[in-house]
Design a protein around this ligand. Structure first.
Ligand code: GLN
Length: 486
């Protein structure tokens, strides 16, 4: 048998339900893997070993009683910006370093009910602001494919953890690419669902109109299984949509006959790495061989404005969302003064890192009287144009295919001092959040041993189409089966 930590969810489920494997054994295999790789990878902020063993025992009991779901007894990781009752939730920020939530995020509640085994909470760029985990105030996570390189971000810990076999799946959050970009960099599958598909209740808010929680898995089928468990309307999140949840594992036929796929030319940008360009084009040819009709001449002309729109809207919303961290309610609090204003100011001065402060200042500026119309309102108008452009494209195509990132994973430190260069690593993923549509990144090749991700974008609630295409591709390729050397 292969190493247990290399199993997919569906493979492990099969072994668990036929009693060839217990959840305790599987959990111990992942914990042993954590001990081995964590000194180099550093995916995890908090290891929840005791919780894991206890949940594994309960899962084994459930399995013995025949009360199983596809996720029962399967080890998982949760990004450390989702609330876990009684377990520290830091957002990789000094300001929340000691925060222990009194409640579970809805997704955590749902996964726990499904029988999750929680291995730990994963590292991120502080408050999910970044593309490399270098903005974490705690430490940087390393890419399991090359420890000198970044795993992507902001959900870099979740992506690296799944790639390195520390758990079988993970959750991340994606505001402008934070699930898809690290998935691409670590050679795993990562989905940003349709806005409103998955409850954000208990996800620490960054930019509320863009944030969405999504899974990291080893293949498309596993991703569908996790989406079955976490999707659906939640009365605690007024932006979650009361749209029925289909069984996402249906329709994975391996056949793409009749599927219309468009290739938007604006995503094959200047400055893109040649190996990425050729890998994605080769992958698209495969989709054609599988029966899809491919149109190479699609144009989404507003794409170049997405970066600017994002960096007005996301910081604006962040500046409002982060106003709550003032030292009086939770987290770090500056105590060496009797002056309330000084305490608030110093709490934020010491508690937030440089990137978070930069975004708060940008957002506050964009929303201020006198500048609001020129920046925020204008950005919202362009946002509408971008959304309409996608709507028009989806009248003709079932899906659009692009690279996930213009490059393979870069070196730690390479872009850390240049925020604009860092922002550019999400050019291909940002427009999808702006439009609120779903996007998935799947492994599609390598350049010099470093992973390349392919992004597939669909109309709202077309996750089944994204899974169908991804699954078909994975039937005829084995990029997703490659494991890192770590
Ligand atoms: N890299 C982008 C940013 O820094 C997106 C982050 C995210 O999706 N959370 O805002």
């Amino acid at each position: 048998m292969t190493d247990l930590y290399n199993l997919t969810i569906h493979e492990a489920h099969e072994l668990l339900t036929t009693k060839k494997l217990s959840s305790v054994e599987l959990t111990q295999a992942c914990l042993a893997r954590v001990k081995k790789v964590e000194p180099g990878v550093r995916a995890m902020v908090t290891l929840t070993e005791e919780t894991a063993i206890q949940q594994a025992r309960e899962a084994d009991k459930r399995i013995a009683e025949g009360k199983v779901t596809p996720l029962t007894g399967i080890p998982a990781l949760i990004k450390d910006n989702m609330c876990t009752k009684g377990i520290r939730t830091t957002c990789s920020s000094k300001i929340l370093e000691t925060f222990i939530p009194p409640y579970n995020a809805t997704v955590v509640e749902k996964l726990t009910a499904a029988g999750m085994v929680l291995i730990g909470k994963t590292n991120l760029d502080e408050f999910a602001m970044g593309s490399s985990t270098e903005n974490s105030a705690l430490f940087t996570t390393h890419n399991p494919w090359d420890l000198e390189r970044v795993p992507g971000g902001s959900s870099g810990g979740s992506a690296a953890g799944v790639a390195a076999g520390e758990a079988l799946y993970a959750l991340g959050s994606d505001t402008g690419g934070s699930v898809r970009q690290p998935a691409g960099f670590c050679n795993v599958v990562g989905l940003k669902p349709t806005y409103g598909r998955v409850s954000r209740y208990g996800l620490v808010a960054f930019a509320s109109s863009l944030d969405q929680i999504g899974p990291f898995t080893k293949d498309a089928l596993d991703c569908a299984l996790v989406m079955n468990a976490i999707s659906g309307h939640d009365p605690n999140d007024s932006t979650s949509v009361p749209e029925p949840v289909p069984d996402y594992t249906h329709g994975l036929t391996g056949d793409l006959k009749g599927m219309k796929i468009g290739i938007p030319k604006e995503y094959f940008v200047k400055g893109m790495q040649v190996e990425v360009d050729s890998a994605i084009k080769a992958a698209i040819k495969k989709l054609k061989e599988l029966g899809a009709q491919v149109d190479w001449e699609v144009s989404l002309p507003h794409t170049p404005h997405a970066l600017a729109v994002y960096y007005i809207i996301a910081p604006s919303e962040a500046s409002a969302n982060l106003a709550r961290y003032d030292g009086s309610k939770y987290g770090y609090s500056y105590k060496e003064t009797d002056n309330m204003w000084e305490a608030m100011e110093k709490t934020r001065q010491y508690g937030f890192g440089a990137e978070v402060k930069r975004r708060i200042m940008l957002g506050t500026y964009a929303l201020s009287a006198g500048y609001y119309d020129a920046y925020y309102l204008k950005a919202q108008k362009v946002r509408t144009l971008i959304r309409r452009e996608f709507e028009a494209a989806f009248e003709k195509y079932d899906a659009l295919v692009t690279p996930t990132s213009p490059t393979v994973p870069f070196k730690i430190g390479e872009k850390a001092d240049d925020p604009l260069q860092m922002y550019l690593s999400d050019v291909c993923t940002l427009p999808i959040n702006i439009a609120g549509v779903p996007g998935i990144s799947i492994p599609a090749g390598f350049a010099n041993g470093l992973p390349i991700g392919m992004q597939i974008i669909g109309k709202p609630f077309s996750e089944p189409t994204l899974f169908k295409i991804s699954h078909a591709y994975q039937q005829v390729t084995d990029w997703h089966k490659k494991r890192p050397p770590v």
